[in-house]
Design a protein around this ligand. Sequence first.
Ligand SMILES: Cc1ncc(COP(=O)(O)O)c(C=O)c1O
Length: 379
Amino acid sequence: MQELKFTFGKIRIGDAARKRILESLDAHWVSAGKHVQTFEQKFKNHFNYHEAVAVSSGTAACFAAVAALYDFEKSQADEIIVPALSFVATANAVRAAGFKPVFVDIDRKTLNLDPSKIESAISKKTKAIQVVHTMGKPCDMTSIMNIAEKYHLVVLEDCCEAHGASYQNQIIGSFGLAGTFSFYAAHLICSGEGGMVTTHDPEFAKLLRSVRSHGRPDGTDYFQFDRFGFNCKMNDLEAAIGIEGIDHFDEIFKTRKKNLLQLLDQNRDLAHVFYFLTEEKDEVISPHAFPLVFRQDIAVQSSHLYHFLLEHGIQVKTLFGSLPTQHRAFSYLQHRLGEFPEAEYVGEKGLHFGCHQYLTPEDIAYVSTLLHEYVKKWI
Ligand SMILES: Cc1ncc(COP(=O)(O)O)c(C=O)c1O
């Protein structure tokens, strides 16, 4: 295998971030401090969120948002609906906070929760719907908010892959009670590791600050523990890097979006082989990555294309698969293969690779040529 020339993401730390890191080092303070506060302020102002609470990862963001629900008379063994297909952290956060994840199938064309399948999964114990805007594509928030209203459910939005995406001119992460973000290397804003929870509710923001700091009242640091909590605070070194991502967000978004659109354009003639992302008029997709799913009449295993791309230097990943039936981690729920046909299909037939801002037009053309070569030879 040749060296990977086309990766999911790349982190480049610029002069402003280096200066902030040195400031922290010189001040002998690298836990949560002034850079974290600036990062939160800038994040909420840039995207127009009411409140932003920084945490140590996207997983921690999902966990804190779910764990904070205990203050709303939710109890352990209550159920939270999650998509069957997502990065595992979404469902793990539900499980870690003590709730039962109830999986609902997705739509293979959007990769998102299928709203028409939600109602049959709702029980007396259901307290929340945790949606995921997979691969930067916004969920159908009109249908989801209607269902949530009908059954009095909280909506949480996992926006880890969808920085800056919007639905009907509204930024995602502002529909439900909370939006959760990851700043790991593959994401548009990157801080090494890191996460954020946004909310329109100042009282919920207070709970989140408490949960990220062991359940102390509003995050103050003395030995009073008011609720279930954890240590998942972001530190100043991570915030020092993340601030740069917000300062350059618009350029990063534009460049990645150009890459995503070029990939879609250059591979349009392969639409008989793959389902590609489609951007509807009322949404803005965040350019997180480039997913593709083999159509059903194509008798090729995605692992074949996976190895072909990898051998040609493209870092490629599957599209997660069905958490309840294609991963052992959720076997305790005793689901059987076949219960989540769309998620299972995408698990078998889907792949994705990066479209990050440091890729060149030659890189984009190279991967498109490879896809064409593959189709010509094998399909
Ligand atoms: C949908 C989703 N949720 C949660 C996470 C977890 O984020 P992190 O890796 O920062 O913990 C990710 C990570 O990429 C993700 O894609």
